[in-house]
Design a protein around this ligand. Structure first.
Ligand code: NAP
Ligand code: MG
Length: 518
């Protein structure tokens, strides 16, 4: 969630468990040229029936539509037209044409396009925030800094372009890093516009045109983003957007010979399907996949300070975060104390509610089917795994029956071999897993198919660093689960993916080295 999703600082005060979010102040700037806004806040029933291809809003060739429902009350709120293969091919053709001239653009020109895109985002910041809250159910305390983080990602690429060595000397040769070609961007619904900003800014910085397939569940958020692309006045075809289903539009992107690389964020299963298809035309792939991230609390940590943070890290984005710290590893000798603090924290500060309310930390699942998936895992935890339920459980919280809300749930004394400890749930479900000693903690932390993020807390920075060195994860955060560096590489080991995003490592994934020898 680049998250990716920790691009802001959350300070959790242990005394009253209040959560404050500190984000960067930004200078207001208006965008250069605005496209006529199609998105209309006042109209409760929305129709998203256009794509952004070759610099214009176009009527899709695909005729099928999908109804969209509010996660808060399941009211029918919108309808989106689903693209087909023809729409995808049109978008790829536009990107291919744009790629020809864009490949020769200078870093300064690319930076100017990114500046323009950033201005457009800043101009529409509140629409980006409200769309994510209302369409997806993201909680305000999470969404506001997330959108700030998305804009900061664009700035990071602008800054990098000032000094990035697209040509370098290696031995007696000249190595030129040239754009890989047209990029297919396939992303999920849990932080749609954050992913778009991170991936598109790296692609533009590297000199690549792209075709984006967002989740069809993110149609409103996508609409605002398409309007930002239009307002940014980018070269026609540089960025194209096609709404549609994964097995139609996503499949066509995977298959199409004119796409040179796919950058995908989503589930491990779909990532494997894409990688299998991509190899046919030898596409490069960056895969940001699932996670079941361990949060190791060492025996010298101040529990009253670190446990409320740990709950926040587990329930981040209502649990719908690839980097959610869903396995809390604690010393066996302190389990009773941990249980008491975690239970009180969850019951006092993390009860689900309306995501628009600035005090609410846990919102609904994006859809009914995601709600049912979370419920099924809570059932598995209780009935199949026989885990000890500390708080929460099956069903909806009182007063929130109309929406896709699960109870903020914690299982304790969980065995790491249980399904709830091994499988990604993607909802507000935390597993507390006791360990015997530090070596046992490391073994449990690494006993997972995933390797996206990990967390360590200790009174001693040296101890935390020593444990971090032993953890198999693309990013390890020590002594602050919300620490963030948007230049640091982000990505997964093992089944959490292939490749890295953000900063220097991120841009290199869109470049092909060419050695000129002699
Ligand atoms: P998903 O089912 O894998 O879908 C992701 C995207 O892939 C969607 O746009 C989807 O389209 C598309 N897709 C589905 N089948 C496809 C196919 N055969 N070919 C090409 N594209 C296809 O993921 P999700 O359920 O939306 O999102 C949750 C998952 O994303 C979780 O596993 C989470 O861990 C992961 N995630 C990872 C990161 C990270 O950075 N590592 C960040 C956030 C989320 P449809 O919308 O039509 O299904
Ligand atoms: Mg899906």
């Amino acid at each position: 969630m680049s998250l990716f999703l920790f691009r802001y600082i959350i300070i959790v005060y242990p005394i009253n468990y209040t959560v404050f979010i500190v984000s960067n102040a930004r200078l207001p700037e208006s965008c250069r040229r605005s496209a006529p806004p199609i998105f209309n806040k006042e109209n409760p029933m929305q129709h998203y029936h256009q794509f952004f291809i070759n610099g214009q809003f176009v009527t899709p060739h695909g005729k099928e539509t999908l109804d969209l429902f509010s996660p808060v009350d399941n009211q029918h709120v919108a309808q989106v037209t689903l693209g087909d293969e023809t729409d995808t091919q049109r978008a790829v053709a536009a990107a291919k044409a744009a790629q020809k001239s864009f490949a020769d653009s200078t870093p300064a020109q690319r930076a100017a396009y990114l500046q323009s895109f950033k201005r457009a985002l800043e101009h529409r910041k509140s629409d980006l925030v409200e769309a994510m809250i209302e369409e997806y159910g993201g909680v305000r305390v999470f969404v506001e800094p997330l959108i700030e983080g998305a804009i900061a990602d664009v700035q990071t690429m602008i800054d990098l372009l000032e000094s990035y060595p697209f040509e370098r000397r290696v031995g007696s040769s000249l190595v030129c890093l040239q754009p890989v070609g047209v990029v297919g961007v396939v992303i999920p619904w849990n932080a749609s516009n954050l992913f778009i900003c991170g991936k598109i800014s790296a692609a533009i910085a590297a000199g690549c045109a792209s075709v984006i397939k967002p989740s069809e569940l993110s149609a409103r958020q996508t609409q605002v983003m398409m309007e930002c692309f239009a307002a940014a006045d980018l070269p026609a075809g540089l960025v194209n957007v096609v709404n549609g289903l994964g097995n139609v539009v996503g499949n066509e992107i995977t298959r199409h010979p004119d796409i040179a690389k796919i950058t995908f964020t989503g589930s491990t299963n779909v990532g494997k399907t894409i990688a299998r298809g991509a190899v046919e035309s030898m596409k490069r792939v960056t895969l940001e996949l699932g996670g079941k991230s361990p949060n190791v609390i060492l025996d010298d940590a101040d529990l009253a300070q670190v446990l409320p943070q740990a709950v926040g890290a587990a329930y981040m984005n209502s649990g719908q975060a690839c980097v959610a710290a869903t396995r809390l590893l604690v010393p066996q000798s302190k389990l009773a104390e941990v249980n008491a603090i975690v239970k009180a924290t969850v019951e006092q500060a993390f009860q689900p509610g309306n995501p628009s309310d600035a005090k609410v930390m846990v919102g609904p699942a994006v859809s009914r089917s995601q709600y049912e998936r979370v419920q099924e895992y809570i059932r598995i935890g209780i009935e199949d795994d026989g885990a000890e339920l500390l708080t929460g459980g099956l069903g909806k919280p009182t007063g929130l029956e109309a929406g896709n809300f699960s109870k903020a749930t914690v299982f304790t004394n969980v065995g790491n071999n249980m399904r709830i400890a091994q499988e990604e749930i993607f909802g507000p479900v935390l597993c507390i897993i006791p360990y015997q000693d530090e070596a046992d903690a490391v073994a449990i932390a690494n006993d997972t198919a995933y390797g996206l993020a990990a967390y360590v807390s200790s009174a001693s920075r040296e101890r935390a660093l020593a444990v971090a060195a032993k953890l198999d994860a693309g990013q390890v955060k020590i002594n602050n689960p919300f620490a963030h560096d948007n230049q640091a590489p982000f990505g997964g080991m093992k089944q959490s993916g292939i490749g890295r995003e953000y900063g220097e490592f991120g841009i290199s994934a869109y470049l092909e080295p060419k050695a000129i020898v002699g």
